[in-house]
Each structure stands twice: as C-alpha cells, then as structure tokens.
Design a protein around this ligand. Structure first.
Ligand SMILES: *[C@@H]1O[C@H](CO)[C@@H](O)[C@H](O)[C@H]1NC(C)=O
Ligand SMILES: *[C@@H]1O[C@H](CO)[C@@H](O)[C@H](O)[C@H]1NC(C)=O
Ligand SMILES: *[C@@H]1O[C@H](CO)[C@@H](O)[C@H](O)[C@H]1NC(C)=O
Ligand SMILES: *[C@@H]1O[C@H](CO)[C@@H](O)[C@H](O)[C@H]1NC(C)=O
Ligand SMILES: *[C@@H]1O[C@H](CO)[C@@H](O)[C@H](O)[C@H]1NC(C)=O
Length: 516
C-alpha cells in the first residue's frame, strides 16, 4: 500500500482539472485515493517540460460562437482580412485554463456570444493553447509564461500590422489563462488596455513575485474576480491574494451559493468525489458566469463594495460607496483612480442573474450594566412597495453587547421596491436560559425593564444598490409563545429633528463610534 502526502496529490476533476493543495487532516480512504488521486513524482516534471508551446488565434463569428472557422496567423497579414478583422473595433482575447479533455469547455462559446451581444462590431479571438494546457497541472502552469510570451508577440504584431489601438484590447483569462494574460501583457511592447482575471489559478502562483503571475503592472486596468480562493478547509484552486488594481471576492471568494461544496466535502469520505468535482468546478467557474452575467444583464448590474475584509462585509459595515457611486462588478467595472489591490465584496444569487440587494441595518442596543451579553437568533422580514421578503436570518457575529451599535447585513434576491416596514423576531432556538434572554430582549424593545427606558427606538438602514439611507422607528411590540416580534416603520419625525440635540451633526455621526 502506497501512501502519498496529500500536498503532492493532484485531483483530477471532470471537465476541468484542479490541483488539490490540501491540508485536510489525515488520510483519505485508500480506494478513493487510488481511484481519483494521481500521485506525481516531482522529478517527472522537470524531464517533461514541454517546449513545443503553440498558441492559435481563432477569430470567432457572432453567428457561430462555438466554431473555429478562421484563424489569424501572426506573420500572415492576409489572415486579418480573410477573417474580416475590424481594426477600429474593440478586440477581446479569451484565454482558457487547464484542461483534462483537451477540448474547450462550454463556457467559452457562452463568453464569445455574450461579448458579441454587447459589442457587436468587436473582434472576439479565442486563444487556443489546449495542447499545452492539457499537460500535468504543474507543467501547464510553468508553460503559462511561454504561452503568454507568444500571445504578447501576437499583440505586438496586431498593433504593428493592423494598427489596433491597445486601449481597445481586453484580455479575459480564466484560471491559468489569467496568468497567460498577465504574461502576455508584460511581454507586449506597449501596455494593453485591460486584463480581466477570472479566478486566476492559485497553486504555483500564490505568494510569488509580481513578475511571475498576473499583476497590476500587466495592463492599464487589471480587474480580478475570485470565486474559489482558499476556504476554511484549506482547499484552494483560485489565488487568494489580491493581484489586480481591483479584486472582487463575490460571497467572500469561497463557497458560492448553489455549488454545495460544503455538502460535498462533508460527504467526501463515503461517496462524494464526483459531487466534489462538480462542486469545485462550479465554484471555480462561477467567476466566468458572473462575468458573462455582467455582459448579458448590464442594465441591472451587480454592485461591489470596497471593504477591508470579508468579515466586515458580512457584518454590513461596507455598503457605503464613495460619492454614492458604487463599483459595478464585471464588464462595466471602471478603473478606480490610483487603486491597486483594492478588495471589494458582494453577495450573489445562486444562478443568473446573480444580482442581489444589500441592506445594512445599524441597531444601537442600550441597556443597564447588570445585563449580560446575549447571543440570540434574530429573524428579519422586510416589506416594500413591491413585495416582501420574510425570515432572513440576521447573522449576529459574536454577542450583542449593550450600549453599542451593531451592524448587520441583509440580502434579498427580489427587488421589493421602497422599504416601508421591517420586523424583527427573536426565537427561542436554543435551550439556553430562555427566560433571561427574553426578559432582556423585551426590555430592549419596549422598555418594560425595571428601569423602564425604551431600549431600541430606531434602526438605521442603508441600501447598497441605491445608497438610500433611512431611519425606522419602533411601531409596536408583540410577544407570542416563544417568540418576540418588533415592528418598525419609517420614522415620522424628520432626520434633522432627532439630531438637533447634537447641533447639526447627524445621528450617524454620533451613534456610530465603532464602525466608522
Ligand atoms: C468596425 O467597427 C466600427 C466600430 O468601432 C464600426 O463603426 C464599423 O461599422 C465596423 N466596420 C465593419 C465593416 O463592420
Ligand atoms: C449604558 O449607558 C447608560 C446611559 O449612559 C448607562 O446608564 C448604562 O449603565 C450603560 N450600560 C452599560 C452596560 O454600560
Ligand atoms: C414589481 O414586481 C413585479 C413582479 O414581482 C415586477 O414585474 C415589477 O417590475 C416590479 N415593479 C417595480 C417598480 O419594481
Ligand atoms: C441544552 O442542549 C444541549 C445539547 O444541545 C445539551 O447538551 C444540554 O444538556 C441542554 N441543556 C439543558 C439545560 O437542557
Ligand atoms: C402558541 O402555542 C400553542 C400551543 O403550544 C399553539 O396552539 C398556538 O398556535 C401558538 N400560538 C402562536 C401565535 O404561535
């Protein structure tokens, strides 16, 4: 029986292959390892370094996004004319990643069609380096530099022969293809307009020097989507570190909704390898579909919010955008001035269209010192002019502490219109000291504590998508069996009136000491 350290096991995934750089503790079941995990001898890599790298450039047609019918061949100028290359239009280079099958994955045609859908005159060129990409992951990873050089020479040639303006050149690379795009950009004589990295590959690129991976130096604007960066389980296919001018981490950059990786990992030991392969592909490739979504649903774009960490974003602390202008995820993203390695976050739906609506709730809990910290289960319901969403779980991160403003993030898939009413419900989900919990929550909400002072009077809300701010006041409070419910409506009193006592400073300025 052979035992291989998990660090050097390569996990072969149907449809797309990924390296499993795992820190899962212990050994995987033997049968699983023998069937699916292919041990690699390191000396092999160095012997097998391929040197016949060869990239082909297929100019696809809007009517046949799936077919390679016309190749542009560097050095053969007539191929530009033969393929009806439009040298005043935008040019896209779509660059695939590692492959097991040696075939294009189905997203390539979808991307081509979506690009033509948005830019009908454009030249959408698929860079075909399938031959090289088919090798062992680590060999393929090493070859990204050579492929990139070749693409860089192609760019120089196009600039020289077709006079294409490089600011209209946009490279879109997925996984290893993102690093190919980076090398292409750094090898081209003049700087290209934009590179979009779609979940750039992590293994062999995480932590290396900027010259050895995609970096902000490779184009005037480098934007990156991270959908499968290292999760809590130590499995990282996409690169985790920010490597562009702007790096967006949808859903924290791991565990994309609808992919069920967590479930697959839990079942891994008995049956889950196929489910897991699908989940991994789903997470990694989500970056591609988010970008395609941004092309197809440009009129209702997903917004992304600058934030220091995923944790802070999850607590709703980052929904305010500079000058109320939020960044748009995907194709319509604009370069942020002087930005470099700016991290942005957003939540998404499980399928296209991915956009959601983000709400920040700021609640100030006042209370007496004898009250202890509590950790309740709180459900929120939102009612708007055009619909409602009920029973959203309000993630209480840690404990609720008296005399502190707590910030929460709520997300709705539907557009409920203008928000009219908000309900909060606390339930006895645990067996823990229910009576003292309820006593305390009740006192917060209706002021029936011994000191009889209203404890939550208002909730301040900011909507990420519209940047609207509003204040909601307690309307009534209801106790039913094991749940307590408080209803809040838009305050009648004006915002200014309530902040008069602070001499013109808004409530926000005075009540938000910890989240500013
Ligand atoms: C080339 O692209 C430009 C837009 O950049 C467009 O106005 C023009 O009609 C295109 N030419 C042809 C022949 O399609
Ligand atoms: C919260 O503030 C109020 C009023 O300032 C004070 O009476 C109360 O003791 C404080 N509670 C805690 C737990 O510090
Ligand atoms: C209200 O919702 C309906 C269906 O849910 C939708 O068709 C309509 O466009 C919405 N109106 C507004 C103003 O959002
Ligand atoms: C509360 O539930 C936990 C398990 O969820 C149990 O171990 C504990 O004994 C329970 N405590 C009481 C007071 O029932
Ligand atoms: C309260 O509990 C009783 C029985 O436990 C149940 O019949 C009743 O429907 C509950 N009321 C509400 C409002 O949930």
């Amino acid at each position: 029986m052979r035992f291989w350290p998990l660090e050097i096991l390569v996990l072969v995934v149907t449809g797309s292959s990924v390296l499993c750089e795992s820190s899962l503790e212990g050994e995987l079941p033997t049968s699983l390892r023998d069937n699916f995990l292919e041990p690699i001898s390191w000396s092999l890599f160095h012997q097998r370094e391929a040197n016949n790298v060869h990239a082909k450039f297929s100019l696809r047609k809007p009517s046949l996004p799936d077919d390679d019918i016309c190749y542009i061949v560097p050095g053969e100028e007539e191929t530009l004319g033969n393929c009806n290359f439009n040298n005043t239009a935008k040019t896209f280079l779509v660059i695939h990643g590692w492959t097991v099958s040696g075939l294009f994955e189905s997203w390539v045609a979808k991307m081509v069609a979506a690009l033509y859908g948005r830019e009908k005159d454009a030249n959408v060129i698929v860079v075909d380096w399938l031959n090289t990409a088919q090798d062992h992951y680590i060999v393929a990873a090493q070859n990204t530099q050579k492929v990139g050089q070749e693409v860089g020479r192609f760019i120089d040639w196009m600039e020289d022969k077709a006079n294409i303006p490089l600011e209209k050149l946009h490279l879109i690379g997925y996984s290893l293809g993102a690093h190919v795009a980076g090398f292409a950009g750094s090898h081209a004589t003049n700087k290209v307009g934009r590179i979009t990295g779609l979940d750039p590959a992590g293994p062999d690129f995480e932590g290396v020097h900027a010259h050895e991976r995609l970096s902000p130096d490779d184009a005037h604007f480098v934007d990156v989507l991270h959908t499968f960066s290292r999760g809590s389980l130590g499995l990282s296919i996409g690169i985790e570190q920010p490597i562009g001018h702007v790096d967006i981490y949808p859903n924290g950059g791991s565990f994309q909704p609808g992919c069920n990786l967590r479930g697959a990992l839990e079942k891994l030991a008995n049956l889950g390898l196929i489910a897991m392969n699908e989940a991994i592909k789903c997470e990694h490739e989500r970056s591609v579909h988010l970008f395609i979504d941004s092309l197809l649903n440009g009129e209702e774009p997903s917004k992304a919010y600058t934030c220091g960490s995923s944790d802070m974003f999850e607590r709703g602390m980052c929904l305010s955008c500079r000058k109320n202008r939020c960044s748009i995820m995907g194709y319509d993203m604009k370069k942020v001035r002087k930005a470099r390695s700016v991290k942005m976050f957003t939540k998404t739906r499980a399928s296209m269209p991915f956009r959601v609506h983000h709400y920040q709730l700021k609640i100030h809990f006042t209370g007496q010192k004898k009250q202890t910290e509590i950790d309740p289960t709180v459900m929120a319901s939102l009612y708007g002019t055009n619909g409602s969403v009920e029973n959203l779980h309000l993630k209480v991160d840690g404990k609720i502490t008296p005399n502190k403003t707590h910030s929460f993030l709520l997300v709705t898939e539907e557009d409920i219109g203008d928000l009219l009413m908000l309900k909060l419900r606390v339930e006895d989900s645990s067996n823990w000291s229910a009576s003292s919990l309820f006593g305390m929550v009740q006192s917060w909400w209706n002021g029936e504590s011994s000191d009889s002072e209203p404890q939550i009077q208002r909730i301040r809300i900011r909507i990420g998508e519209t940047q609207k701010k509003m204040v909601f006041c307690l309307k009534f409070y209801q106790k039913a069996n094991l749940s307590h419910e408080a209803t809040f409506v838009k305050c009648k009193e004006s915002w200014r009136k309530s902040s008069k006592r602070t001499r013109g400073r808004s409530i926000e300025d005075t009540e938000v000491p910890i989240y500013r």
